[in-house]
Design a protein around this ligand. Sequence first.
Ligand SMILES: NC(=O)C1=CN([C@@H]2O[C@H](COP(=O)(O)OP(=O)(O)OC[C@H]3O[C@@H](n4cnc5c(N)ncnc54)[C@H](O)[C@@H]3O)[C@@H](O)[C@H]2O)C=CC1
Ligand SMILES: O=C(O)[C@@H]1CCC=N1
Length: 282
Amino acid sequence: MSNKVVAFCGTGSMNGAILSGLLASGFDASAVRATTHSQDSADQLKKSLGDNGEKVQILASETESDANAQAVADADVVLLGVKPYGIVELAQEIAEHVRKDAVVISVAAGINLDALTRALNGGQPVVRCMPNTPSKVGKGVLAISVGEHVSDEQRKDVTEILSSVGEVIEVEEYQMDAVVAVSGSGPAYAYLLAESMADAGVKLGLDEATAKKLASLTVAGAGAMLFEDQDAESLRKAVMSPNGTTERGVQAFIDGGQFELTEKGMRACAERSAEMTEEFSK
Ligand SMILES: NC(=O)C1=CN([C@@H]2O[C@H](COP(=O)(O)OP(=O)(O)OC[C@H]3O[C@@H](n4cnc5c(N)ncnc54)[C@H](O)[C@@H]3O)[C@@H](O)[C@H]2O)C=CC1
Ligand SMILES: O=C(O)[C@@H]1CCC=N1
């Protein structure tokens, strides 16, 4: 990765997390370009990067209309991080400026490799990535599908950049709707669990602040244990003493439809992902 230039077009929550992770891994800040829409966001980004804020080239598209074109001009790797409805337009905007041997990654839901390739005038090496928000604390899981024009060296560079914020897993593109349902949107389910545990804790007699603290730290602690052992079922069983409290509670969850309800929610999520692909991958 030495001597490579990386450009982030649309540096908000997700691309911002990857940018920070890349710099934290020791990547040369002067080889990084980043764009935002507003000048305010550009100023905030610069501030958030500390000393590196002076070295990263940061441009706002409302101030400089060719900000994205400038950012990608000398880039080896380009990450598109705007909202799904803006990705095709952004790709078209940079198409004439991005080097033909640069690899372009989209982190958006609902944008397929075909739409990305077409927006870039065909033949461009492209990668579709589905990250998740734990990337902000270096604990992300990022699924990628790699386009046909991507070289082995580019695949290695892409994996190295994304690995700076979490674990990278390659999947077939047809599996992306399922990936969105499991890991892309998944952090929200864990927070929903913490919310509903706190809510029930209040109903069981705790004050709200105590219930929230106990629930949030419990979900966080249980999540941390999953980094050591990814077998959730065996971790669950280790909490369940025979005929104890957990066994009774877990059985009530299962009898009440925990697995069916989770499947229902995730099917809705995957269906929306497919619908967004119809809508935005034109
Ligand atoms: N937030 C999440 O949990 C996840 C989001 N994603 C995907 O990441 C993408 C971005 O989402 P977020 O980071 O949450 O959004 P965000 O709104 O935080 O970031 C988007 C950024 O793009 C900038 N922008 C908009 N138009 C621009 C332009 N023409 N030129 C330069 N910059 C421009 C905005 O100023 C903003 O900073 C979406 O496509 C989403 O599907 C993927 C996985 C998880
Ligand atoms: O909700 C969304 O559409 C995005 C994609 C995955 C997580 N957040």
